[in-house]
Design a protein around this ligand. Structure first.
Ligand code: M6R
Length: 604
């Protein structure tokens, strides 16, 4: 950030880093310029610990950059923390992403007499910039461009130089970077909540662009054309700063679980014409693929069942990191690929979609972040309306992804003649009722779920089973439990459990069944009986009137009313999110910041 008055930036930088803490990190650092001199402080650890140890906030100056690092190259050490500097200490760089050719560059730079002091890939950048400044006597912007041209991989960078005491250079390729325009300052960050409390005016920097930030001006250029300023209007961010805070709840995750009814309601308000256009595009295309990672993949898997059941559209859901290896050679211009990503930034999904686009496919994205990288390469976008999701564990963004698939499936089903107008109306009626059902689950089941979480909190293993569309719900339930409570949880299609996983079952082994009263129920009961026969404790997510399943269950998480089969994941996942949350609390873990995980995974 850079101010046009004598505001001291260091405390503001620290505050902004705190607002991005949810993204996961292991070290922290700041650089500022005051009276033509650069100051850097950094260390490993959490922001408050580092502040306590070395006081980041006393750095002087009205211009500065800051960073939290999540280690990829080089261990968690002070030297590997950002900002990185060059041999002359005149220049500081922070970087998100990975420089994949850093070893080659490092060797080349060392041969020129430069000394590397960290193991971090980023350190090649300050040295390269310094070399360009010295050798070619260019200005800072040109020196940065030359350096970035040498780099392979992904980056969002911010650069400060003593000789340019009122200038921050930022640039990006495949890593997010947004610019905020305030009344007396300019900001740049990897995510909007970093500056949303300071301004709601944002400029989106596109891939392979560079911007020169000065207190009252932002100049944007293409890396390939550094002489032509690209005019760009700021957009107004509708989220309020409070929306990105905890709203009185102990954790973002719980707040976000409670926000699900509203998130669903808002997503149901998406312009139907947009959905119809997308449905028409899918209808006119031969090959339909869905790709995503993690929780978003589970939404995509449910989406695949919705398409099959409701629209008779042959399609496949693929995990993004497997997409190219699996179907790369069959993607063509008669293909459509739906990319699902709450952040719109997951590197695996971005890579799969870029590949598909290059092969001629049409791209549709379902994301929760306006202007994110994935939306910018899409032909059509469904912007889900969950509002900002801060907890690392995806909850409300998952249910709205499901809603997007339901809305799209219904329109596509109508276009294909697989459902008629009265079936469509009936489904729409049930869809509109989902927020109330979710609300009831949250309110009525909390105590029951807390008790169950206490009872099972010492277990080391869980099995989650479901059939049909709810294999996706079971997978998501297991992912939630393992990522925040660190209890090992596996999920299987229930019918597959007898082909191996059943060997794990011994007395009191907890098995969770996602058990709506649909066409799969009789077969699911067989699986419950198989587990019971071996002494398993049966936990079921079950409809209020379904006494058959309830009689077979030791613990019941109750769904208060009937839900059409294709909508069941939206309701049936909610108790499992809550079970994971209360299990993490009981075991003494912070569900908002699970170890080893980041909210946005921008590495391969
Ligand atoms: O932002 P994305 O939806 O693309 O993220 C994909 C996964 O990293 C993400 O869903 C992850 O699995 C969740 N945070 C788990 O709760």
């Amino acid at each position: 950030m850079v101010f046009n008055d004598n505001t001291q930036v260091a405390p503001l930088l620290k505050d902004s880093l705190k607002r991005l803490e949810y993204r996961g990190y292991d070290s922290v650092g700041l650089a500022t310029i005051s009276e033509g001199k650069i100051y850097i402080k950094k260390d490993k650890g959490k922001i408050d610990e580092v502040e306590e140890r070395i006081t980041l906030t006393d750095l002087p100056g009205n211009i500065g950059i800051a960073h939290t690092r999540w280690a990829t190259h080089g261990g968690v050490t002070k030297l590997n923390a950002h900002p990185h500097h060059c041999c002359t200490n005149k220049l500081a760089v922070v970087h998100n992403g990975i420089i994949s050719n850093f070893l080659d560059l490092q060797e080349e730079i060392e041969e020129m007499g430069h000394k590397f002091i960290s193991e971090c890939d980023t350190e090649v950048l300050p040295h390269l910039i310094e070399i360009n400044l010295r050798k070619r006597k260019t200005k800072l912007k040109e020196a940065v461009i030359r350096a970035l041209k040498r780099v392979h991989g992904e980056y969002a960078v911010a650069i400060l130089h003593e000789d340019y005491p009122q200038q921050i250079i930022v640039a990006r390729k495949d890593s997010p970077l947004v610019i905020g325009i305030g009344s007396n300052a300019v900001f740049a960050a990897s995510d909007i909540p970093a500056f949303l409390h300071l301004t709601n005016q944002a400029l989106i920097l596109e891939d392979e662009e560079i911007a020169v930030l000065t207190p009252n001006r932002v100049e944007i250029y293409k890396l390939s054309d550094p002489n032509t300023i690209i005019p760009r209007e700021p957009i107004t961010i509708q989220w309020t700063s409070e929306m990105a805070q905890k709203g009185g709840m102990p954790h973002f995750m719980l707040k976000e679980i409670h926000e699900q009814p509203r998130a669903i309601r808002n997503t149901l308000l998406i312009d139907p014409e947009n959905i119809i256009d997308i449905a028409k595009m899918i209808n006119n295309t031969k090959n339909v693929f869905i790709t995503a990672a993690g929780t978003s993949f589970h939404a995509g898997l449910a989406g695949s069942y919705i398409f099959n059941n409701l629209t008779k559209t042959n399609n496949r859901a693929l995990i993004s990191s497997e997409f190219i290896d699996n179907v790369g050679n069959i993607i063509d211009d008669d293909s459509v690929v739906l990319g699902v990503s709450q952040s719109g930034e997951s590197m695996d999904t971005l890579t799969a979609l870029k590949f598909a686009k290059k092969a001629g496919a049409k791209i549709i994205s379902i994301t929760n972040v306006v202007g994110s990288s994935i939306t910018r390469l899409s032909d059509h976008i469904i912007n889900t309306q969950a509002g900002p999701e801060i907890g690392v564990a995806a909850t409300k963004t998952f249910v709205v992804q499901l809603i997007a698939f339901c809305m799209l499936g219904m329109q596509l089903g109508k276009i294909k003649g697989a459902i008629d107008q009265s079936e469509f109306r009936d489904l729409k009626h049930h869809l509109d009722f989902l927020p109330d059902i979710v609300q009831k689950i949250i309110i009525n089941q909390e105590e029951n779920i807390k008790i169950a979480a206490d009872q099972f909190s010492k277990k080391d293993n869980f099995l989650y089973l479901g059939r049909g569309i709810n294999t996706a719900t079971a997978s998501e339930g297991a992912l939630k439990l393992k990522e925040i409570s660190y209890i090992h949880a596996e999920s299987y299609p229930a019918g597959e459990s007898k082909h191996g996983p059943i060997a794990l079952i011994e007395p009191d082994f907890p098995v969770v069944f996602v058990a709506p009263p649909d066409d799969t129920q009789e077969r699911l009961i067989t699986n419950i009986m198989e587990m019971k026969a071996r002494g398993a404790k049966i936990i079921s997510v079950v409809e209020i009137d379904d006494l058959k399943i309830q009689k077979l269950s030791d613990i019941k998480f109750i769904i208060p009313s009937k839900v059409p089969n294709i909508f069941t994941p939206v309701a049936y996942i909610v108790p499992l999110q809550m079970f994971a949350y209360f299990s993490a609390i009981k075991r003494g873990f912070d569900p908002d910041k699970p170890r080893n995980l980041a909210k946005t995974v921008t590495v391969h």
